[in-house]
Structure formats: structure tokens, C-alpha cells
Ligand binder design. Structure first.
Ligand code: EPZ
Length: 422
């Protein structure tokens, strides 16, 4: 297990490139289980999560080859094994997105029910409800979900839950419906750009999907999908993390391969805080900030609202605002493990249910802190960049799940982060 030793109080300056999206790559790689022939997926980030999924796909009978520049070639070789085992699902919850493709293509799937995780309770009832509506038999045996269907049939599927839609649930039902007989309409579908990217990939493979990016997706079933070439959409959460890295260090950073149209809720809040985020003539995004940061209210919501995956990073920034901010989590009400760690660095955060009151302080001070989930770890690294003195972030394997060599890329902007084996 590695840790990061960060010497803070450095101003970031320069250009940084955003990688392909992790959360688009995972369902798109899984969707290739549905296809005949070869798919080439370009721009898949080299992360422990994408490596895990590739390993799972190999176990499920796919030939997976990673080429230079991050391209991954996939081809189904053997359709016998339909079991995503506990050991794999436990390491990466997103393994559940093989459920829809296995069921649709092989008529059965056995996927371990994911347990709890560091960001709180994460059920998959809506995934199962959706697949049942398409005709699947669902049974829980020994901690594994068993799904069976001789033939899936199109249906009207409602995917709204107490916290809005479900991203991977929409992906699962969308993938299964591509090979179902007849028309499926998903109501209250997730509108996240990662779902749109998945639908665009499937359409290139021969699927007939319309309405992606809106709450109503319509899928006309087809009998066969073929492999294709597809480039993964840029990672909006990585881009948002770099934008906040520039803002928190009072830096001047240009961000390449950044889809600002996917980050409008973040840009809106940052402008209210006093951070300038502008498109440049050469197609990049430039971030600079005033010295005085205004306090704001942030509430996470499904896309296009403020993303829960940027809540922790935004909180690090608000720690340094001139006044009291209020951050409310409406997707994962317990996603606040970073609060106690930030307080160790001199922040003044008070949690009241799903809300945190952030009392701005003049500066943060380096301290040993512990990473506990992917985005919370990113928030601690951001805090370490601006803190006075040295911050040690342990258990950085969490951050490696979602950011490829983040320390090297931030160091190229003037940060001082060392990776040290623990
Ligand atoms: C995806 O998780 C992302 N993961 C998460 O990214 C992200 O935080 C989340 O969407 C929300 O945007 C991937 O794409 C791999 P959900 P997912 O099902 O699909 C409730 C990161 O850091 N719900 O959209 O698993 C659920 O409890 C991560 O990269 C039900 O009630 O999340 C939550 O409150 C972590 N029943 C809300 O819906 C269900 O059956 C949204 O969860 C499913 C979900």
C-alpha cells in the first residue's frame, strides 16, 4: 500500500490533459459481451478499476488486449461462464454491469450481490426490477443473484428511486434491452454523459437506441450486435478535480480534453465562489481564481445537477472560503468520510445529517490523513496541495482506482507529491 507525501503551499501552473472517463469505460467494456466480432475501445484510462473489469471479462470468456495509447481490443471467445464471483465484485462494485449483457446474450447471469461500501448504502434493487420487467427470473442464492431468461421482451421500465435514477441500473437495462424482442422504454433513465456514451457505442454496434441523455430512452430490440471502434468520452470528474486543483492553489492551469458542457453545474458554483473558468481559443479550459473565495451553497443532484463525485473536492475548496458554506448530499447521504480527515488539517466542518456546514478558515495545515474512498482521497490530495507543511495521505490505492498517476500529472504543474511505499 502506497502513501503520498505532499509538500503543500504550491501554486499550480501549466497544462494538464484529461483522460477518458472511468465511469463510461466500465459499462462500455462490459457491453462488448453483447457483440460478435471485435471491438476497439480507445482512450480507456489505465486504472485498477478498468484492469479489474478486463480481468472479469477474461474470466467470462473474452479475449482482452490492451494496446499502446490505452486502446483495448475485445472479442468474445467462449460463452460458457456466466458467473461474476464475490471476490471480483467485492473489489469493484461496478462489476454488476455485466449482469444485463450476460442475461441478454447468454440467457443467464450469476453475479455476487455487492456488499456495503465506503460511500454508504448502495442497493441494486432497481437494476433487478428493470431486468425482471424485461422477463428475467431473479433469485438470490448464497449471496449471488441468479438471473435467467429464455427470451427477453421489450417493456416499459421505470427506474426512479428515492434518490433519483440509477446510472449503472440504466446501463444494465439499456444493454439487456438491445437484444430483447420489441420495444423498451426506460422512464426516469439516468441522463449522465456516461450513459449517453454507452448508448452511442451500442448504436455503432447496430443497436437502435434513441433519447439517450434524456429521462426517456427508447430501445428497439435487434437480433445481433457487432463489434465496432469507439472513443471514450473525456472524464468529467477528473476534469472537475483538476479545475478545483487550480482553484484551490490560486493557480493558473489550462485543461486539455475537457468537456465543459458536461460540467456546467460545477462551473456555475465556481463562478459564484470567484473562480474564473473560461474556454480558450485553442479549445482548452483555463482556470484562475481571485484570492478571496466566496462561500456558497452546493447540493448534489443527478446530472445535470452538481455531481456527487465532485462533492468532496469542492468541500476542500470551500474550507478556504471567506464565510460559511453549506454542502448537502442528495445522492449518497453518508458520503462524508473526508469530513473528519479535513478537520485534522484545520478545517472547520460540522456534519448535520446529509449536510455539512463549512466554516471557512484562513489556511489548512498539513497532517497525516487516511484515504477511504476514491473521491474523498482526491479531496485530501487537493487539501494537501494548498496546506502549509507536509500532508501524508495513506492508502492511496483508493485514488489509483480512478486517477491514472495523479501525482506525476500534478507534479508536472508544480506540485510536490512523492509516492512512498507504506
Ligand atoms: C455511479 O454509481 C457511479 N459509478 C458512481 O461513481 C457515482 O457516484 C454514481 O453513479 C452517482 O452518480 C460508476 O459509474 C461505475 P446509482 P451507481 O445507482 O450507478 C440509489 C465514483 O467515485 N439506488 O446511480 O452505482 C443509490 O443508493 C463513483 O466514480 C437505489 O436506490 O450509482 C443512490 O442513492 C462512486 N436503488 C442513487 O440511487 C438501486 O437499485 C444513485 O446511485 C440503485 C441505486
Amino acid at each position: 500500500m502506497d502513501r503520498f507525501v505532499i509538500n503543500g503551499n504550491k501554486r499550480l501552473k501549466g497544462t494538464i490533459r484529461v483522460n477518458g472517463s472511468k465511469n463510461a469505460s466500465l459499462p462500455i467494456l462490459a457491453a462488448s459481451l453483447l457483440t460478435e466480432g471485435e471491438s476497439t475501445i480507445k482512450g480507456v484510462p489505465d486504472l485498477s478499476d478498468t484492469q479489474h473489469l478486463c480481468y472479469l471479462l477474461e474470466r467470462l470468456g473474452m479475449q482482452v488486449t490492451r494496446e499502446e495509447k490505452g486502446d483495448i481490443k475485445l472479442r468474445v471467445e467462449d460463452e460458457m461462464n456466466c458467473h461474476a464471483e464475490y471476490d471480483l465484485v467485492r473489489k469493484m462494485r461496478a462489476s454488476v454491469c455485466v449482469m444485463g449483457p450476460l442475461l441478454a446474450r447468454r440467457g443467464r447471469a450469476q453475479v455476487s450481490l455487492p456488499g456495503g461500501c465506503n460511500i454508504g448504502y448502495r442497493p441494486i434493487g432497481l437494476h433487478l426490477q428493470g431486468l425482471e420487467a424485461l422477463g428475467a427470473d431473479v433469485e438470490l442464492i448464497g449471496g449471488d443473484i441468479h438471473l435467467k431468461a429464455k427470451k427477453l421482451r421489450g417493456a416499459e421500465v421505470f427506474l426512479g428511486g428515492p434518490f433519483g435514477s440509477t446510472v449503472l441500473g440504466t446501463a444494465n437495462v439499456l444493454m439487456a434491452a438491445c437484444l430483447a424482442e420489441g420495444t423498451t422504454v426506460i422512464e426516469c433513465a439516468a441522463c449522465e454523459p456516461e450513459v449517453t456514451d454507452l448508448a452511442d457505442y451500442l448504436n455503432k454496434c447496430g443497436a437502435r437506441i434513441t433519447g439517450q441523455g434524456t429521462p426517456r430512452i427508447t430501445i428497439e430490440g435487434v437480433t445481433q450486435l457487432r463489434g465496432c471502434e469507439h472513443e471514450i468520452v473525456p472524464d468529467r470528474i477528473e476534469a472537475g478535480t483538476f479545475i478545483i486543483a487550480s482553484a484551490i492553489t490560486n493557480g493558473d492551469v489550462k485543461i486539455e480534453n475537457c468537456r465543459l458542457d458536461h460540467l456546467l453545474a460545477l462551473v456555475d458554483r465556481l463562478r459564484a465562489i470567484g473562480v474564473n473558468v473560461e474556454r480558450t481559443a485553442d479549445g482548452m479550459v483555463q482556470v484562475s481564481s481571485a484570492r478571496r473565495l466566496e462561500p456558497v451553497t452546493i447540493t448534489t443532484q443527478p446530472y445535470p445537477g452538481f455531481p456527487t463525485d465532485l462533492q468532496a473536492q469542492a468541500m476542500s475548496l470551500l474550507c478556504l472560503a471567506d464565510g460559511n458554506s453549506v454542502v448537502t448530499e442528495k445522492i449518497f447521504p453518508d458520503r462524508f468520510v473526508h469530513v473528519a480527515e479535513l478537520n485534522r488539517m484545520g478545517a472547520r466542518l460540522r456534519k448535520e445529517g446529509p449536510t455539512v456546514i463549512v466554516e471557512g478558515v484562513k489556511h489548512l495545515v498539513g497532517a497525516p490523513v487516511m484515504a477511504s474512498d476514491l473521491r474523498a482521497s482526491a479531496a485530501l490530495v487537493l487539501a494537501g496541495l494548498v496546506a502549509k507543511g507536509t500532508t501524508t495521505v495513506s492508502r492511496v490505492y483508493h485514488i489509483d482506482r480512478g486517477y491514472d498517476r495523479i501525482e506525476q500529472r500534478l507534479n508536472a504543474l508544480g506540485a510536490d507529491i512523492r509516492r512512498v511505499p507504506e
